[in-house]
Design a protein. Structure first.
Length: 162
């Protein structure tokens, strides 16, 4: 079975006119085979992609209106990425040299255009679409990076029954 991320990349490639698709997990000889088949006018999909599954996804995707990501402006895409990384409106504003109110407006537009109702849906969308990497070791400075947990102001004795 193809992961949602792999499915999306494959569909995007086929919608944009690709005649072949080789998975990054494929062997080196699969790439050569794909080039030969596509050059001969055939369609090539490497394992684990199956032609039947791809045709089903393509039919399903035609029932859906255009890609909602295409409706976002360049600035809204920037804001989408920053929100998904955990930045607040104030942090986004400082980073993009805009007012916090403008950052908030861009964020609201992103949510509306993508038909998302909360932050969890936005992060899931960003992960599935490759906007937010699943693992990012270089994100130590990200606001959502794990670190020491702040104290909640209660001590152990406050938690013990009297």
């Amino acid at each position: 079975m193809i992961s949602p991320l792999g499915e999306w990349h494959l569909l995007a490639a086929l919608r944009n006119g690709a005649a072949g698709y080789v998975s990054s997990l494929a062997e080196h000889y699969d790439l050569a085979r794909a080039v030969r088949r596509v050059a001969a006018g055939a369609v090539y999909l490497s394992a684990p992609f199956s032609r039947v599954a791809v045709e089903t996804w393509l039919r399903r995707s035609k029932d859906v209106e255009g890609d909602p990501l295409d409706t976002l402006t360049a600035r809204e895409r920037e804001v989408l990425g920053l929100v998904a990384e955990g930045y607040s409106n104030t942090q986004i504003a400082a980073r993009l040299s805009i007012s916090p109110r403008t950052a908030e407006s861009h964020r609201a537009n992103v949510m509306r255009k993508l038909r998302l109702s909360n932050l969890v849906e936005l992060i899931r969308f960003a992960l599935l679409r490759g906007i937010l990497p699943i693992v990012d070791d270089a994100c130590a400075e990200c606001p959502s990076a794990p670190g020491p947990r702040p104290s909640r102001g209660r001590r152990r004795r406050d938690l013990e029954p009297a």
